[in-house]
Design a protein around this ligand. Structure first.
Ligand SMILES: C[S@@+](CC[C@H](N)C(=O)[O-])C[C@H]1O[C@@H](n2cnc3c(N)ncnc32)[C@H](O)[C@@H]1O
Length: 393
């Protein structure tokens, strides 16, 4: 493809992404892969260039742009070489005309930028939410150790106990160490939130919102595969991906429990007051993961955020019932919005007088309310809020 044809392709792909964002359709990544499936003439260089252009435009537009062309015109405003490719030649975009709509630059839709500002996330810290994420690994201590593991490429240690960092896009899934379960792909911030729980061998631990088990596997490694680890979630498809991963990682202490959304307590009733520790990695806006999924900010609405906030409070209350006297609860969201972080903890402590909060001792992060915030800007991790709550004896 010519450089101009790649620009036209990015415009077409973006039109699909925009349409999907408006109608809650497929994610951008899938749409881009599908687009190329029916265009076999495009080589790997074309695919990479179109994808990069499309994602650069998604990152640049704070809210859903009017069209793919308006989004690309925003990039072209500061890039004369890109603007010159709008020449109307075969497969190229039409020439730019005066007064054409150009997308608004920004971090997020106005209401969300306001919420971020109210949560102290402004300027470079806000911009860093849309930076490029590295590829982080966790060495699985059930099978290996960071000090001695052998990998095909040099890797940098991160602040997480078993964390390693590689350039984005490194094809680790093809590595033997990955296939043999000695390493897992996991953001450093995510690893640190698991460290905050300090799960011990022999304990009874519940990972209430386990999803496909990213954190469950880290907890199992911390427990040295001894004790009882319950992984529950309300999403059957996600939960069903956990067991094959556990098997590859050599984890045998996990029991999965599918929850009925709205009646989560029923399936977990047998553990009431029995858990030494519960992790609530709650469903949230995902503001802290925009580096990986920048179009998510086009999809989030104020009503959805309010639903997340209500669900988080409900799951916190449910988790509290599961913890034994003297036990602990770690609350995590991959969000930098206070309504999903510090204010949730304030609300919880007001509802549960026999609980207290203690600041997590982690090698990264900054205090935010009664918890800790990890951010791409300050910590080079995905954005997280994490708090440790303890039930009095
Ligand atoms: C942030 S994700 C969890 C990610 C996972 N812990 C990991 O590390 O990969 C939040 C999870 O909450 C789950 N969830 C949504 N509603 C729920 C509910 N009512 N009860 C339990 N889990 C729920 C979602 O299906 C999703 O998997």
């Amino acid at each position: 493809m010519t450089p101009a044809a790649r620009v036209q392709a990015a415009i077409e792909v973006l039109d699909l992404v925009i349409e999907a964002a408006r109608s809650n359709g497929a994610p951008a990544d899938r749409l881009i892969s599908d687009w190329f499936k029916s265009r076999r003439f495009a080589g790997s260089g074309d695919r990479r260039a179109v994808r990069e252009l499309a994602y650069a435009a998604i990152r640049a537009c704070g809210e859903i742009p009017e069209s793919g062309r308006a989004a690309l015109l925003l990039l072209a405003q500061d890039d004369p070489a890109l603007a010159a490719l709008f020449d109307g030649e075969r497969h190229a975009p039409e020439p730019i005309t005066p007064d054409e709509p150009v997308a608004r630059p920004g971090i997020a839709p106005a209401w969300l930028e306001e919420s971020l500002a109210d949560s102290g996330v402004v300027a470079e810290e806000a911009a860093a939410l849309l930076g490029r994420a590295p590829l982080d690994l966790r060495v699985n201590t059930l099978k290996a150790d960071r000090a001695t593991i052998e990998l095909p490429l040099p890797v940098e240690p991160t602040v997480a106990a078993q964390g390693l960092r590689l350039p984005f896009g490194t094809p680790v899934e093809q590595w033997e160490a990955y296939q043999a379960g000695r390493i897992e792909v996991q953001d450093t911030g995510s690893q640190l939130t698991c460290e905050a729980l300090a799960a011990q061998p022999g304990e009874t631990v519940i990972d209430l919102c386990a999803g496909a088990g990213g954190k469950t596997l880290a907890l199992a490694a911390a427990m040295a595969n001894r004790g009882c680890l319950i992984a529950s979630d309300a999403d059957r498809a996600r939960l069903s991906r956990l067991m094959p991963r556990a098997e590859r990682a050599g984890v045998s202490i996990v029991e999965t429990v599918l929850l009925d959304a709205g009646r989560e307590g029923e399936a977990l009733a047998v553990w009431q007051g029995k858990a030494d520790a519960v992790l609530v990695d709650a469903p949230c806006s995902g503001v802290g993961t925009w580096r990986r999924n920048p179009e998510a900010r086009w999809r989030l609405t104020e009503a959805q955020l309010a639903r997340y906030v209500a669900l988080q409070a409900r799951l916190l209350d449910l988790a509290a019932m599961l913890v034994r006297p003297g036990g602990r609860l770690v609350y995590v969201t991959c969000s930098l919005l206070d309504v999903e972080g510090a204010r949730q903890i304030d609300g919880f402590l007001a509802r549960h007088r026999d609980w207290s909060a203690a600041l997590p001792h982690l090698p990264a992060g900054r205090p935010r309310g009664q918890g800790l915030r990890l951010s791409p800007f300050h910590d080079g991790t995905d954005g997280f809020f994490v708090a440790i709550l303890t039930r009095s004896c």
